[in-house]
Design a protein around this ligand. Structure first.
Ligand code: SF4
Length: 457
């Protein structure tokens, strides 16, 4: 069968969500074409030749892009079975089907996709398949994807690997939770190593682990790193680890560093304990400071991510968040976009289980694939819009993290009617390795992202 797999967006990474099903399908003799819309375009003709068109929806931004893509795709390939798969597909099933999608599959989609390619029904496939080495043939080279810049200016080519899927936690705002419901599974070590090997052979000198949380299975993670470091001691890595795991597994941090760990991304989300409690994050605001100290003491950097704008956020809260970022010396460690993110509430979100929360929201909106909300204080929404516009502008103008933060600092204090405290470059904190595409999975797409992908579509 002739299969086209499309990735609308995967954080500037060479899409594992295409390469893994491609390996499984090709092994069974299917002809598979891969298109990453962030770097390529759909073929101008011949879409009608594909029997199956799969679209990977692992992220909110990818889904927003797919929604705009689907009507045209349906028109150009009237006979194809269009399949959407990934974390964001099931919560948006009704919308996707209304746009012409024939089959909606979750993040454990491979078995059903193989069944469809074999001419069977989706339910004929196994619920889970055994992972194989992803087949990256046909994707753009790693050098065209996000790269890593070290504090001394060294630029590293980045490979992207996954050592596990799902997560064992139930943070209420997390899109994984309604789908995985606290489960995760490890990917066999040999598979991860062979995928790393092919990317290192293709030029990667740094591996970025895409696991939702790298220490959900600490023994698996450490054994894997030991092998990788033994074979490729020059290759560094980064991973996402939650704050509570950093505290619980603090004794492992020096080993992560020894194995080439450069920085840890961690979803700090907020310094406000009430907000953290509502999100069920399992850490406090003070814990974030402890985690920063532990990670730094190990020789790595901590790059926190935030959801600074929630229905509970006040102008004072936002100013306080910026003050805590400054006081912890994290200005250089936080991408500007992280300080503008507005809480997204997708269909099925566990946040809807908080008594009285649903009543604070507007009806579900297809346009944002979530429940819109407005702050009880309209000045907060105005500040969020200004902050977002400023960060986009600062990005276009090539401003660094300190300058971007300084603009937010001024906007926030002025909005709160406070005198703007002095901020110096000495407040920026230690330099942090930076990926050229900042990590954020469930934020609104930026105008630039939508425009870039629209061009590809
Ligand atoms: S936010 Fe992170 S730790 Fe929480 S459920 Fe999601 S992936 Fe797991």
């Amino acid at each position: 069968m002739k299969v086209l797999l499309i990735s609308p967006y995967e954080l500037g990474r060479q899409p594992h969500s295409l390469a893994h099903p491609a390996a499984l399908l090709r092994a069974r003799g299917h002809e598979v074409v891969l298109i990453d819309l962030t770097l390529g375009a759909l073929p101008r003709s011949g879409l009608g030749d594909f029997q199956i068109i799969g679209i990977a929806l692992g992220m909110h931004t990818a889904t927003r892009i797919a929604v705009s893509l689907l009507p045209g795709l349906r028109r150009k390939a009237p006979g194809a079975r269009i399949v959407c798969y990934g974390v964001y597909a099931p919560p948006n099933a009704a919308l996707l089907q209304g746009l012409g999608v024939d089959t909606v599959l979750g993040p454990e989609f491979e078995g059903a996709l193989l069944a469809l390619a074999a001419g069977e029904t989706a339910t004929a496939g196994p619920a889970k398949v055994t992972f194989v080495t992803p087949d990256r043939a046909g994707l753009p080279p790693l050098t065209r994807y996000a790269h890593l810049t070290l504090p001394d200016g060294t630029r590293k080519t980045v490979g992207f690997v996954e050592a596990s899927r799902g997560c064992k936690y139930l943070c209420r705002h997390c899109p994984l939770v309604p789908v995985y419901e606290g489960r995760f599974r490890a990917i066999a070590r040999e598979v991860v190593i062979s995928d790393a090997a092919q990317q290192i052979a293709a030029g990667a000198t740094h591996l970025s682990f895409g696991d939702p949380d790298f220490l959900n299975g600490p023994t698996h993670a450490l054994r894997l790193l030991a092998v990788l470091h033994d074979r490729w001691p020059h290759v560094t890595f980064d991973a996402t680890i939650k704050i509570s795991h950093i505290l619980t597994y603090k004794d492992l941090l020096p080993r992560l560093r020894e194995y080439g760990g450069l920085f840890i991304t961690s979803a700090a989300e907020s310094f406000d304990d009430a907000v953290l409690g509502s999100l069920d994050k399992g850490h406090t605001g003070e814990d974030i400071g402890r985690a920063v100290a532990l990670v730094r003491a190990s020789g790595m950097a901590l790059a926190p991510t935030f959801v600074p704008f929630t229905p509970w956020t006040t102008l004072e809260d936002y100013c306080d968040l910026l003050v805590r970022v400054r006081d912890l010396g994290l200005i250089n460690s936080v991408a500007g976009v992280q300080l503008t993110i507005r809480l997204l509430i997708p269909a099925g979100s566990y946040l809807l289980r908080i008594p009285g929360f649903r009543e604070r929201l507007m009806p579900f909106a297809d346009t944002i694939l979530g429940y819109p909300w407005a702050s009880p204080d309209p000045r907060v929404d105005t500040l969020q819009a200004r902050a977002q516009a400023w960060v986009e502008q600062a990005g276009h103008e090539g401003r660094g993290r300190w300058e971007t933060f300084a603009g937010l600092w001024r906007l926030a204090h002025e909005a709160a009617g406070r005198a703007v405290p002095a901020l110096t470059r000495g407040d920026a904190g230690p330099a942090c390795p930076q990926l050229s595409e900042p990590w954020y999975c469930c934020a609104e797409p930026t105008t630039a992202q939508l425009a870039r992908c629209a061009a590809g579509a």
